[in-house]
Ligand binder design. Sequence first.
Ligand code: PMM
Length: 268
Amino acid sequence: MGILNVTPDSFSDGGRYLSAAAAVECGVAMADDGADVIDVGGESTRPGARRIPVDTELARVLPVVRDLSRRGLTVSIDTTRAVVADAAVRAGAALVNDVSGGLADPAMAEYIAAVGLPYIAMHWRAPSRTMAQHTFYRDVVADVVRELGARVEALVDAGVKPNRILLDPGLGFAKTTAHNWQLLGRLEELVALGHPVLVGASRKSFLGDLLGGRTPVPPAARDAATAAASALAAAAGAFCVRVHDVASSLDAVRVADAWTSASVPNHR
Ligand code: PMM
């Protein structure tokens, strides 16, 4: 999944696309590089970010979703708002990526149940503005697995088919650097819930901290580390990785695939 943030302030690619045409060009380039899905988002979720008006979000994402969909690309809409999801789906989006797992908008679960599209439910505890105050866990992996399990239950109660739900541990969302590593190192525990798992490690600050120590390396210098995380996530059973640089992660995932396939005796 290639990341296409049509925002002025996302941490890595914010402000890159001054026009819908420039964003579309980048989406097409990611598809050419091998992305199966282009994830279009119009609202930054970086720590501390404030909400934007719904009209602003719609104006940012709809022309991009429409154009990419018309070109035959599979588009997901990265939003926590049911009205934005609905408008994007009408413009051609084929799946909904909700970083709040349905918690930010009480209308989302019912909307997903009605529309019947695949839905990515990410682990989330609070809006970006305050999420740094919600990083207390007894055991982050067990707690995230339990809280996501509760989201699945609520979604299914609202009528969403279980086989439409993908899960995401929400790296960096109400998580410390140590939490992110634990979630990756024990990804199998989330995979064991039986839903396809998406991992979004791309260029996140825990990678910058690892590489740079006291002076984190900048987001654009984190793609090799992202690719390593993509390979290890794939080997641990992830279904999808959400990345800025598609080519390097695709190579990495191919290596992981060849490696894990060959670990079965008599594999040809
Ligand atoms: N991370 C960001 C935004 N959307 N969606 C999912 N499913 N998983 C994530 O980890 C995730 C996300 C953070 O911002 P970015 O778009 O700049 O990477």
